[in-house]
Design a protein. Structure first.
Ligand SMILES: [Zn+2]
Length: 417
């Protein structure tokens, strides 16, 4: 099969104009300018005014929350959202159904791999079965009570070991956040991660109330945790910012992927870059909480590997990485499209621990996102620019094309093999 399009970006280098990709046995055999391929035009499927990118990577989501959808009204308050989330989690739905719905949305949005944070880990075999084999499922654990650390860690170990023995995507662990995990539980997580070489993901420096809580032990988050009886008697704040705190616990040495990182200083960003940690930026989740500032430019300037994620449908309208890229450009117009493409592809692969992922190159699996380019209204647009009129024409996974039809995204079908 040969695909031809107005533009191709391979994951590195410049855009290729009038490019082509030859695909055989589910792998990329050749990629370059169509003219250099030396085949008749009718030999190629010409997508015309479109761009072919390496299939996108959604570096942070919670597929098991795909049933929540818009049930959680927009809110400025992170703590009231946490309260609503706790209630929403109690709604009994078949978790597998929620995960499968999430997978369909992800693929329809141009992505073929996710960094999924999951309480049960059930998404690991499901992602494997649906072909999103380069995903990572981080089993989540939390608990501030030091006495419960051994019990909680044993539960996490049991879950992880159960998944390691069966066909599933790569399994990791997610000690939830610096404000919800005790130092004792963090230490047990490090032991487990070292024993099985597990990747780690942690929600870090997401909100200002997290910073208030860790530095001074005060604010909305303290009130919330007390309200739920989750703050142990005599608990003392570490008196540090989230990143400093993780560093003091030896966590950064594990090279975790840190989700959000909205409140990070320049010195902290440099520390993360030196430690080799990745960050995952989730712009639409930030907009959901009406956060007006983020540390994206600080992280990029410091050389941190920054990936892009949608987070869950509990704080976003869709799990589409195309939507996320277009939104990121809207809130950060200073970013070049190439930087955004990198965040959504190669950086995402690196955040998930795959150095060779998120690229189109000879010998690699044919994982491609075909996206229509906007119809120009005469305005001079940056080459490769996308906007809200762009759509995912198809997502190719190992040479197979998938398309999601609007409104019936769960009925994705293989168009051609
Ligand atoms: Zn999250």
């Amino acid at each position: 099969m040969i695909l031809r399009a107005e533009l191709i970006w391979t994951g590195r280098g410049e855009l290729i104009r009038d490019g082509a990709i030859r695909i055989g046995n589910g792998h990329v055999e050749w990629v370059g300018p169509f003219d250099a391929m030396d085949v008749a035009p009718q030999a190629a499927e010409d997508l015309g005014h479109a761009i072919l990118l390496p299939a996108l990577i959604n570096a942070h989501t919670h597929l098991d929350l795909s049933h929540v959808g818009r049930r959680l009204a927009r809110t400025r308050s992170f703590s009231s959202w946490l309260k609503r989330m706790a209630r929403a989690r109690m709604v009994t739905v078949f978790e597998g159904h929620s995960i499968r719905k999430g997978i369909d949305h992800v693929v329809a949005g141009g992505a073929v791999a996710v960094g999924d944070v999951s309480v049960s880990g059930k998404s690991a075999p499901l992602l494997w079965r649906h072909g999103l084999v380069r995903s990572v499922v981080y089993c989540e654990i939390y608990g501030l009570d030091p006495d419960g650390a051994i019990r909680r860690a044993a539960r996490l170990r049991h879950r992880v070991e159960g998944l390691l023995g069966r066909p599933a995507v790569r399994v990791g662990i997610s000690p939830h956040a610096p404000y919800s995990v005790s130092p004792q539980l963090f230490a047990r997580c490090v032991e487990l991660a070292e024993e099985y070489a597990l990747p780690m993901a942690i929600h870090t420096a997401e909100s200002d109330i997290e910073v208030d809580f860790l530095t001074g032990g005060t604010g909305e988050l303290r009130a919330l945790l007390e309200n739920y009886g989750l703050l142990p008697e005599g608990w003392k704040p570490p008196g540090m910012t989230p990143v400093q705190y993780l560093d003091s616990l030896g966590i950064l040495a594990m090279k975790p992927t840190l989700i959000h990182c909205n409140y990070v200083s320049q010195a902290e960003a440099e520390l993360l870059a030196r430690a080799g940690c990745s960050a995952v930026h989730c712009p639409r989740s930030n907009a959901f909480f009406r956060r007006t500032a983020d540390s994206l430019q600080t992280l990029l300037a410091a050389g941190v590997n920054v990936a892009l994620g949608t987070d869950s449908l509990a704080s976003n309208d869709s799990l589409s990485m195309l939507d996320e890229m277009v939104f990121l450009k809207r809130v950060h117009p200073e970013l070049e499209w190439r930087t955004i493409f990198e965040m959504a592809t190669v950086n995402g692969a690196r955040a998930l621990g795959y150095e060779q992922g998120g690229m189109l190159a000879q010998g690699l699996p044919a994982n491609v996102a075909a996206i229509s380019l906007p119809v120009s209204d005469g305005e001079q647009m940056e080459p490769g620019a996308l906007d809200a009129s762009s759509s995912v024409l198809f997502t190719m996974m190992h040479g197979r094309k998938f398309t999601g039809r609007p409104g019936v995204l769960q009925e994705m079908r293989a168009v051609t093999a």
